[in-house]
Design a protein around this ligand. Structure first.
Ligand SMILES: *Cc1c(COP(=O)(O)O)cnc(C)c1O
Length: 392
């Protein structure tokens, strides 16, 4: 291959340039403009919800959800250890206390451990769940790599113990259940809040951007209000709450409206490419392509190989560096958040799967533009390398 094969890059095959040029020509480049409201409508209609507020990033979407949920200093928020740190940082923005609960084999929150944490480690007075005297106010559930967490079980526990559910669906736009209680429900539309990201590596991008939906339409209105500095009066500068400058701009939204037109096609390609990798890795001994949850149609945003650590001792850095020389970009799954400096000493609960997967998962190229030949090339190179490393 002479071509470098990137991990995950944007795809602008549609009306991106046309709409962005149009936004510039209109002079509406900031947070007011037709594309901003169109982006909100397009997202709402895709997700089959009433109301969506668009904002500057997935991180700001999570932050605004936490503000609206009333998370404050001293509260406890249950969070995942194995994901992108942006899912957890907003807890610290609120001066609240994270407690890390383990994941299951989908990399998403383990519903059984969530339940046993609430039952065995906390006290329930019929209204508030308390952990070491602090209110367990919310939980952040991340739909990792386009997977879907076990929402039925998680919602049962959250409803029983009055915990607000913030879905981090930043990686899972388009993932939905195809059976069960939440059949046809999209990731991000089941809990109290659903957050999306349109960063450059996500399934669609606005350069930087995000969105929030919520169970109650009025909640989304409140979040939109908070994102525009919480100005209460149309004529005077009157503010009854602390607001943020988090609204998406019309320039970003112009890109986003074009990307929304292509989203169904992007999902199809991700799903098809996953099947190609699946046949390539079928029966391979030293690396397993991780599945997505049964009963869901996943957007299959990101693909993961579990390295056989019984036979392969090479570090992820070694593996990634060798593949780079073959012009294949791969990456290690994240480092555990509870081990990062700002989180040292925070509470954890039964972390077993998270550290297990942290040293085993390699993410492989998953862009929508990748060709069948490239997938074959990538698969062959990775398999050959892992075989060599296993026999060392
Ligand atoms: C990308 C991502 C975010 C943050 O989104 P930004 O738009 O980059 O702020 C949050 N959580 C997870 C799991 C992500 O992958």
């Amino acid at each position: 291959m002479d071509k470098f094969i990137p991990l995950s890059i944007p795809n602008f095959e549609g009306n991106e340039e046309k709409y962005v040029v149009d936004a510039i020509a209109s002079t509406f480049v900031s947070t007011v403009g037709g594309y901003v409201s169109r982006m909100e409508k397009d997202l709402a209609s895709f997700l089959k919800v009433d109301n969506v507020a668009v904002c500057q990033s997935g991180t700001s979407a999570l932050h605004l959800s936490m503000v609206d949920a009333g998370v404050k200093s001293g509260d406890v928020v249950l969070v995942p250890p194995l994901t992108f740190i942006a899912a957890v940082n907003p807890v610290k923005y609120r001066f609240a206390t994270p407690v890390f609960i383990d994941c299951d084999d989908s990399f998403c929150l383990d519903p059984i451990k969530l339940r046993s944490f609430c039952e065995e480690e906390c006290e329930w007075d019929g209204e508030v769940l308390k952990y070491k005297g602090a209110s367990v106010k919310a939980l952040v559930v991340v739909h990792v790599f386009g997977n879907m967490a076990d929402m039925e079980s998680i919602m049962n526990t959250a409803e029983k113990y009055n915990i607000k559910v913030i879905e981090d669906a930043t990686e899972a736009l388009g993932t939905k259940y195809n059976e069960g209680k939440y059949k046809d429900k999209y990731a991000g539309t089941i809990g109290d809040y659903g957050c999306y990201s349109f960063n450059g590596n996500k399934i669609i991008t606005t350069g930087g951007g995000g969105a929030v939906t919520a169970r109650e339409s009025a909640t989304v209105d409140h979040i939109r209000f908070l994102s525009t500095q919480a100005k209460t009066d149309p004529h005077y500068y009157i503010h009854d709450e602390i607001g943020y400058n988090y609204r998406m701009t019309n320039l970003q939204a112009a890109l986003g409206v074009a990307q929304m037109e292509e989203l169904p096609e992007f999902i199809k390609r991700k799903q098809r490419n996953y099947e190609l990798y699946k046949s390539a890795f079928d029966g391979f001994k030293y690396g397993k392509l991780m599945p997505f949850r049964d009963g869901t149609d996943s957007n299959k945003w990101f693909y993961s190989i579990e390295i056989d650590r019984d036979h392969i001792k090479a570090s992820m850095r070694e593996i990634i560096t060798i593949l780079e020389k073959d012009k294949i970009q791969t990456r290690a799954i994240w480092g555990l958040i509870n081990e990062q400096k700002p989180y040292e000493g925070e509470g954890t609960y039964k972390l077993e799967k998270a550290p297990y997967y942290a040293e085993r998962i390699l993410n492989i190229p998953s862009s929508t533009q990748i060709t069948e030949d490239e997938i074959r090339y990538v698969s062959d190179k990775i398999k050959t390398l892992l075989e060599e490393l296993a026999n060392e």
